[in-house]
Design a protein around this ligand. Sequence first.
Ligand code: PXP
Length: 240
Amino acid sequence: MNEIRLGVNIDHIATLRNARGENDPSLLEMAFEVIDGGADSLTMHLREDRRHIRDEDVHEIRKHSKVPLNLEMAVTDEMIRFALGLRPKSVCLVPENREEITTEGGLDVSSMSSKIKDAVRLFKAEDIKVFLFVEPDRETLKISADTQANGVELHTGSYARNFLHEAARQRELHRLEDAAHAAKSQGLELHAGHGLNYVNTVSMKHIVGLTEVNTGHAIISRALKTGLSRAVSEMKELLR
Ligand code: PXP
């Protein structure tokens, strides 16, 4: 079985930086830490409201990162233009709603299929891979394949939310496995993400054909848990 690649979403670092309006923590410096830790790619979601990642962040990371950049983006003319200018390794098309705290569900590929097809054509012409962030169900995967996208990122939010309830967890895992099978038989590359953490990620290894997971929140939270005590003791030391 091949190792699953890890894409790390660094949006939360920008949220923390923006809280003080200056450059601490520096997103670029933290991106280097993430890469040092073994991340295979970096993911950034440039939202319409620019609530965390800003245009210049994406350009800076694109310029200096030695691992590929995956840009998460809404399917809007503004974002398509931006991404075509940036030329990341891949884009992941996601639904976006101003009121949401994080991306809530998968793309409505059925009603957006013509817009998605246009975007896929433009990106593929520039050698940018296109992934669609979708719910794990067969019909959605069929329509996704029809857009000619390179692959899909299966939304694991429901699996993650139901993880602690045995029957529901098995049902959600089964949905993911079934969707993975459908994706592979349609020739789609297979990624997964959302809500994955240090407990529920291990089962992803059993999803046949899965090549990459994208994880953000759990890793940034974990970094606080594993690094906070040391940060305090370093400050204490200065006062001794
Ligand atoms: N994949 C996609 C498409 C997302 O929108 C997000 C959230 O930004 C993630 C993965 C990462 O989710 P989490 O922060 O819960 O790990």
